[in-house]
Design a protein around this ligand. Structure first.
Ligand code: UDP
Length: 312
């Protein structure tokens, strides 16, 4: 199959690239390298099945050969990254999404939107089901990401209705693993970097807020199952193993054999208090569920961070 992955130089996108190449697919990546990193594609760039184009999907898109599946993963994705790029985040979720949907329409391609648990905002329903409509403050700093993704979901649904584009919406919950950007400010990358350096592990707020962490290989298999299915979604993809941020800190400090002290800092505006996916739909419709245990996934991630720090 011919696969286009917009945002394929990012953390999740690059793993998706590798998995499709391993399956024997021909893969093209469009990425403007705003937050993506070319070195995430080092392995892919060695294969003849792969091509990379430095493309901003908000600009007119270059010609492509015929495409069977388009994945739209192009967006800053960590809170630090999107809060630093508010207008860029809104543009890629709106204009960028439109351009990719037009491309899917002209190619009669399957279109998979990487949406997010952030569409639920600070959720009042727990765990979050796909029927929950969310609790987003439309003008807060975080809204640039939440509303861009909500607009992208609305656009995707409208292209399906109006132009019969074969679309799917994946609502992706917190994902971690090797290739996390060490500087993107996310909970797992911050805590591992801090614990390995022996510096303070920074917990924002009380640490009682929860997240549910999914290992990247589980997320990749979910996205591929969704692409191969004939389902529109929206469908939650994530690991329902819910933990407090304090617990995540303690596990990482222990797994790194670190003496780092915990330091409590201010909670960012509108930081969701609880987040856990209800994955009933994914289980029944995709026959998918995550298999990686949190401690084992963190060990693999820590190992990757350790190798990064070794002198070349
Ligand atoms: N967090 C934290 N310390 C950090 C980074 C993040 O306590 O150094 C918290 C953050 O406030 C949030 C959770 O960890 O409650 C997850 O944050 P992340 O930025 O990874 O993603 P989010 O789930 O908020 O999109």
């Amino acid at each position: 199959m011919n696969i286009l992955i917009a945002g394929g130089a990012g953390f999740l996108g690059s793993h998706l690239v590798d998995a499709h190449i391993a399956r024997g697919d021909v893969v093209t990546v469009f990425d403007n390298l705003s937050t993506g990193k070319l070195h995430n594609l080092d392995a892919a760039l060695q294969t003849p099945l792969f091509s990379f184009s430095e493309v901003d999907i908000c600009d007119p898109l270059p010609p492509t050969g015929s495409i069977d599946i388009i994945y739209h993963l192009a967006s800053p994705a960590s809170p630090k990254a999107y809060l630093q790029r508010p207008l860029e985040t809104l543009r890629v979720g709106s204009e960028g999404t439109f351009r990719l949907l037009e491309l899917a329409r002209s190619n009669r391609a399957r279109f998979v939107l990487a949406s997010t648990s952030e569409v639920y905002g600070d959720p009042l329903v727990h765990p979050q089901t796909e029927t929950y409509r969310g609790n987003v403050e439309p003008t807060s700093p975080r809204s640039v990401y939440d509303e861009a993704k909500r607009f992208a979901e609305a656009s995707t649904s409208a292209f399906a209705r109006e132009h019969s584009v074969n679309t799917a919406i994946a609502r992706i919950f917190n994902t971690y693993g090797p290739r996390l950007d060490t500087a993107d400010g996310r909970v797992v990358s911050n805590f591992i970097t801090q614990a390995l350096a022996g510096s303070d592990v920074t917990i924002y707020g009380t640490g009682k807020q929860t997240r549910s962490l999914c290992f990247v290989s589980d997320m990749v298999s979910a996205l591929m199952a969704l692409a191969d299915a004939d389902l529109p979604g929206p469908i939650n993809l994530g690991n329902p193993d819910e933990r407090s941020v304090l617990e995540i800190a303690q596990i990482i400090i222990e797994a790194c054999s670190s003496n780092s002290p915990i330091k409590f800092e201010a909670l960012p505006t509108d930081d969701p208090a609880r987040r856990c996916p209800d994955i009933g739909r994914a289980r029944s419709l995709l026959s998918w569920e995550p298999v990686m245990d949190l401690r084992q996934g963190l060990d693999e991630t820590i190992q990757w961070f350790r190798l990064l720090n070794q002198p070349k």
